[in-house]
Design a protein around this ligand. Structure first.
Ligand code: G1P
Length: 290
């Protein structure tokens, strides 16, 4: 069984739902408490054993590439002032040389198309996908839980979680067959079904482990929900021939693509912070108590 070494992070989206904050800043660079949202997702990937990250970027996303690089002037200045702790925090964001690739999606044709843009860099091996809009607080990390399931099955895996029935039309939704522990065999999956047609309330969380074969399906995938080339539609075709499981992971997700979801993530990560968690709690219970 081939190990999961590479992960694709699609970051080409405009961040329309959180404009005007994202007019000049990539949404992935907006801070969640004390670091850019993308940092949490990269950390989740690394914690699951990922060795190489492929960013599918677009115009005006250069800040992401710069963030994962040496900041020479800044680091020299911090070193000269003996600001060792801050310097170390800055240097910790710099990945191992050669462990990140950037490829452009030139047109917003959908998530499926974005992933297909990474095909040459991924090659013929199983890989992970992490959608950076979604932060997942979990121990072990969501992707690590999925890697554990992959190591037992060698199959395709998606993370799922229950969502309120009224919100199923915002997600990819699975049609569950039988369940064994947290592992679910599926009859199918559908992208953004109308609420009264959804096969369940188990939504796809934005974490995937897929075989390289998915690229064959993405290559000729027709546009689906919202007129976009959907990853879910290609996965539904792959599922017809190959083993595929959903894993209901243990943890909590935060959708940073919406304003309240983003605020919620900020509060959650502030409360969990070793240094500032108690202060954040005091703010909520005092000044912001109902
Ligand atoms: C994407 C996927 C969807 C998934 C969701 C998770 O949708 O297409 O299947 O449930 O992410 O956040 P998007 O939020 O990009 O519309």
């Amino acid at each position: 069984m081939k190990p999961i070494r590479k992960a694709v992070l699609p970051v080409a989206g405009f961040g329309t739902r959180v404009l005007p904050a994202t007019k000049t800043i990539p949404k992935e660079m907006l801070p969640v408490f004390d670091r850019p949202a993308i940092q949490y997702v990269v950390d989740e990937a690394l914690a699951a054993g990922i060795e190489h990250i492929v960013f599918v970027t677009g115009r005006n996303k250069g800040a992401i590439e710069d963030y994962f690089d040496t900041a020479y002037e800044l680091e020299t200045s911090l070193a000269a002032k003996n600001k060792t702790e801050i310097l170390e925090a800055v240097q910790a964001t710099c990945p191992v040389a050669g462990s990140m690739s950037f490829v452009r999606q030139q047109a917003p044709l959908g998530l499926g198309h974005a992933i297909w843009c990474a095909r040459d860099i991924i090659g013929d091996e199983p890989f992970a996908i992490l959608l950076p809009d979604v932060l997942v607080k979990a121990e072990p990390s969501c992707l690590a839980q999925m890697v554990a399931a992959y190591e037992e099955t060698g199959s395709n895996i998606i993370a799922v979680e229950p969502v309120p029935e009224a919100e199923v039309n915002k997600y990819g939704v699975i049609d569950p067959a039988e369940r064994s522990g947290n592992r679910i065999r599926m009859n199918g999956m559908v992208e953004k079904p109308p609420v009264d047609e959804a096969p369940s309330n188990l939504a796809i969380t934005g974490r995937y482990i897929l075989q390289g074969k998915i690229f064959d399906y993405l290559a000729d995938q027709a546009a689906g929900a919202g007129g976009e080339i959907q990853l879910t539609d290609a996965m539904a075709r792959l599922m017809a021939t190959d083993e595929f499981y959903a894993v209901e992971y243990a943890g909590q997700s935060y959708d940073c693509g919406s304003k309240l979801g983003y605020l919620r993530a900020n509060i959650a990560y502030a409360l969990a912070d070793a240094e500032h968690g108690a202060g954040a709690r005091a703010l909520l219970d005092g000044e912001f108590a109902a």
